[in-house]
Write a protein that binds this ligand. Structure first.
Ligand SMILES: *Cc1c(COP(=O)(O)O)cnc(C)c1O
Length: 380
């Protein structure tokens, strides 16, 4: 027995799989920037939030629900599941709710992975996947992304991912579209991939930005659920619905997957206000339409301006753009911070010259573009 006195090192005591983890680095909050840099009126285009915020129906629901927070939420999320089941024409037991879709990404890892099993992700895929996998002690297999020069440069190469499948594979994450690259995989390629995955593994298709996508070749994965019992589709109210701060997302899958997820899910993982707001947001077609249209215009505005500035950017079907500054992105990021504009450095992905920039309102985009131009002049 070690004596009950002396130095304590939490890292030494932590689970082996946790010891080597690096925490996820979120976008810098506006209040933190203003505290640290003494700037004012700053804008945040760093976390792919909806610049229009929540819609009027969600706001009204939030106000109504506030009076109820003395009570626990409905742990089964009946009303929201019912609304989603109606939306997708599926049974309620095909829906699992999450504290953000992030919760579901982690629950899937907890439910299907353990030491000795493997999960597959693409290089440059959303960073949460790797953290969720590694925390379980499972082995993370990284498939090389499409190279520069490819029409979907840095995007998921599903054939490279398929080549990593073996009898130990339990979980495969596909971000469609992917963050931070903005890249996507089409219906034919994704379908072929899913059909090739053995039933000893689950495919999770993360569609956090689906509402923004406008391409006839983009997959409609909910229609495939009856055919593939090992397919999970996750979606969220954080992005186009403008409810990032409330934390609510959902998974669509065969009921047996929901059954497994419910064994590890916290009983009240989605809060009472979030449940109400999400129900209301689902009905606010006008706000969603407005948000998607604003993004489309903003995306054009930013792309045209970047072309004019000669800044390389990657094609994106989301509400953000990956840009290549042609010099260390960290310095450009810092310089933009001093001008009160928060974007996202992506050096953690090995994209050291790159920044990920959320599409904002027309005015925010102008400010971001001015700050970027200034920063590129300062740090040539
Ligand atoms: C933002 C994002 C999510 C998760 O967002 P939640 O707020 O947890 O729903 C999931 N996947 C990708 C690729 C994202 O960019």
């Amino acid at each position: 027995m070690t004596p009950a006195t002396g130095a304590f090192s939490a890292v030494d005591v932590a689970a082996a799989a946790v010891r080597t983890l690096a925490p996820y680095v979120p976008g810098k909050p506006i209040a933190e920037l203003e505290r640290e840099y003494g700037v004012r009126d700053s804008i945040k285009l760093a976390s792919n939030e909806n610049p229009l915020g929540p819609g009027p129906l969600a706001l009204a629901a939030i106000a109504r629900a506030a009076a109820e927070v003395g009570l626990y939420p409905d742990g089964n999320g009946f009303e929201l599941k019912q609304a989603l089941a109606q939306r997708y024409g599926c049974a309620m037991d095909m829906i699992t709710l999450g504290n953000g879709s992030n919760d579901l990404l982690v629950l899937m890892a907890e439910a299907f992975l353990s030491v000795g099993t493997e999960a597959i992700v693409s290089q440059y895929a959303f960073a949460i996947y790797g953290i969720a996998v590694q925390a379980t002690g499972a082995t993370l297999r990284l498939a090389p992304a499409y190279p520069e020069g490819h029409p979907m440069a840095l995007g998921h190469d599903l054939e490279a991912m398929a080549a990593l499948i073996n009898e130990r594979t339990r979980l495969i994450y596909v971000a469609n579209p992917n963050n931070p690259t903005g890249s996507w995989v089409n219906a034919a390629a994704l379908r072929k991939f899913i059909a090739s995955v053995p039933r000893s593994a689950v495919v999770l298709v993360d569609e956090a930005y689906i509402e923004y996508v406008d391409d006839e070749n983009f997959p409609s994965t909910p229609h495939w659920l009856s055919e593939f019992p090992n397919l999970v589709v996750t979606r969220t109210f954080s992005k186009a619905y403008g409810l990032a701060g409330l934390r609510v997302g959902y998974a669509l899958a065969h009921p047996t997957i929901g059954n497994v997820l419910n064994r590890v899910r916290q009983p009240f993982n989605v809060n009472l206000i979030a449940l109400s707001a999400a129900c209301a947001a689902l009905d606010d077609h006008e706000h969603l339409k407005r948000s998607v249209a604003a993004n489309r215009e903003g995306m054009r505005q930013v792309q045209v301006a970047l072309d004019r500035l000669g800044v390389k950017h990657y094609s994106s079907v989301g509400n953000f753009l990956l840009v290549d500054c042609g010099r260390p992105g960290g310095a450009v990021y810092e310089s933009m911070l001093r001008q009160g504009v928060i974007v996202r450095p992506v050096g953690g992905y090995g994209l050291t010259n790159h920044l990920r920039i959320t599409i904002g309102t027309a005015e925010q985009n102008r400010r971001m573009l001015d700050a970027l131009q200034q920063s590129l002049k300062q740090a040539p």
